[in-house]
Design a protein around this ligand. Structure first.
Ligand code: MD3
Ligand code: FE
Length: 203
């Protein structure tokens, strides 16, 4: 049973452990078609985490801003289809957290090498905030930072390990969150990297 982080936020430790091999295979298939890339923020800075995605849409950032697209701007082709094992995991864990009916149309895949981080931000490019976000951590552990609904204050820290799954919905959906710089480490399944899958309903 999950740890309760907020009114509508849950941590399922080790939930994805038995599926890690299949998820890694899926990441390999997606990234063979839509390679990982370090995107630029609208301010022109390169993100330290490399990203790709799959599903009907995925998330991009460039000089024009943040948005969901149906084509991968680097390939000009549609984003790869979401592997069935990805979608099934996301719908099952969302239902276990009380969000039955959640069907993601995006899986954003973040890859962190040692030193990569993600600054505090809100996920607000989706159309309907009533849908939760499901996040799956794989590989080297990382310190997840989560704050309040407004910027400022010191965020809480939580170490996310290989196989951990988070569900953020309801009043916790718009919390500020980020990832502290990832320390060097090694995981038998992923090697020296951390992956994070975030499942979203964009439209
Ligand atoms: C809390 N990714 O891709 S996942 C992101 O580990 C992102 O790569 C981080 O933040 C990562 O946008 C954190 C955990 C997470 C994801 C979405 C949330 C926590 C969230 C949305 C609302 C509140
Ligand atoms: Fe986020």
């Amino acid at each position: 049973s999950p740890e309760v982080l907020g009114t509508d936020a849950y941590l399922f430790r080790g939930y994805a452990l038995s599926m890690a091999g299949a998820l890694l295979t899926g990441i390999g298939e997606v990234s063979a078609r839509s390679p990982f890339r370090q995107m630029k923020t609208p301010g022109g800075r390169s993100m330290s985490a490399a990203m790709t995605g799959c599903g009907q849409y995925s998330w991009v950032t460039d000089a024009r801003g943040y948005r969901y697209t149906d084509l991968d701007p680097d390939t000009g082709r549609p984003w790869p289809a979401m592997p069935v094992a990805f979608r099934d995991l996301a719908t099952a864990v969302a239902a276990a957290a009380g969000f039955s009916g959640f069907v993601p149309d995006v899986c954003l895949i973040n890859r962190y090498q040692s030193g990569a981080r993600m600054g505090l931000h809100q996920d607000r490019d989706e159309q309907d905030f009533r849908w939760p976000i499901v996040s799956v951590s794989l590989g080297v552990p990382a310190v997840f930072l989560w704050g309040g609904l407004k910027r400022g204050g010191s965020p809480a820290r939580l170490t996310l390990e290989h196989g951990d799954v988070l569900v953020w919905g309801g009043e916790d959906r718009l919390r500020y969150h980020g990832i502290a710089p990832v320390k060097e480490g090694r995981c038998d399944v992923t090697g020296h990297v951390r992956y994070n899958l975030t499942f979203r309903r964009a439209r």
